[in-house]
Write a protein that binds this ligand. Sequence first.
Ligand code: SF4
Length: 444
Amino acid sequence: MSDQNPQSAPPRIGIVSLGCPKALVDSERIITKLRAEGYDLASSYDGADAVIVNTCGFLDSAKAESLDAIGEAIQENGRVIVTGCMGGDESAIRNVHPDVLAVSGPHQYEAVVNAVHDAVPPPHDPFVDLVPEAGLHLTPRHYAYLKISEGCHNSCSFCIIPQLRGDLVSRQANDVMYEAERLARAGVKELLVISQDTSAYGQDLKYAESTWNGKPVAARMLDLCENLSSLDVWVRLHYVYPYPHVDNVIPLMADGKILPYLDIPFQHASPDILKAMKRPAHGEKTLDRINQWRRDCPDLTLRSTFIVGFPGETDDDVELLLDWLDAAQLDRVGCFKFEPVAGAPANELANHVDEDEKTDRWERVMELQRGISERKLAPKVGKTMDVIIDELDSEGAIGRTKGDAPDVDGSVFLDGDFDVAPGDIIQAIITDSDDFDLWAKRCF
Ligand code: SF4
């Protein structure tokens, strides 16, 4: 939050808008957002605390005009933020004008506004301050979901997300980092990184770099994890696919930089079914990978989801899945019965499984996993663990270990302990366990 005197004049931002009507609309969106945050608009260079140049890069002549406009703004004002079509080629701008404060491409409204925040902190405004700096959230104050991309570039045959939400569109890394930073400043203790395919983050951007707090950050899963780890909050990864590059984040988990937790929706183990599902990374030798991850990070918690009763699934496929689960010893498993979602290609496949058979298969998976979960939790009794408190009820505090995501995994019950608050991270000794949950007492 700004430390400016609330009585002082609001900071003023100038804008030079070049190019076509689409660029003009972008400029309007940017200034609308800035005005809503309490900034004033400056009509001349010398009255501005910073200047945005919205560039055009359509023709060489337009590029030259954009570079001239940036040069003029630097000369007249000195604090220049570049955006727009030519911003897609950051090096072309920085080669001529290395001193610009930030560069972003077309339609990157958030990135521009973040760069303005960086250059000139937002003013105090009683109307704007009704909205918390970190935005409005439906989750408790101490954890928040951090969405790093929209859409999906896979084509799993049971899914219509790509039809509904379109192809993968990753957020620029600095955009994600500024949001994460705001959330951490607002008191969030745990960030849950989500997307449709977290391991694909940045592929569509060709892992482009952007500037966060004056340093370059790349739109790549490993880099994002490293940067998030600097915020000193728990960072939990969801919806990761078992591509080889996922191996690279395991050392960050072993070093305690991000939580030793991976949520990988394997969905099945039978190669035939995975192929029919058109799952990403279906050819990977996942058991070998899991074993290697556990060697590198013994505290790793693995969560996954599975679908039984997919069209064409045979008894042999189910046996294969059960054997695989037995060998994989995953910590947390969710299982769903296949449902033909309207519009999904899988609906056209032959040999749909009847509902009773699906239920039978579902029960076998859940029963096997219940035993695995019980056996995996029992050795935690007697260990001291970090527990984040989620809530208090009439019996005491309820929290989670680093191995438990909110809503989907187990809980830690601290019966009779009311002297903690949601968001506290405490140390507790585990005293009991059952199929899915733990009981503990706080260490003093
Ligand atoms: S199920 Fe497959 S297609 Fe659907 S969102 Fe996930 S990865 Fe993308």
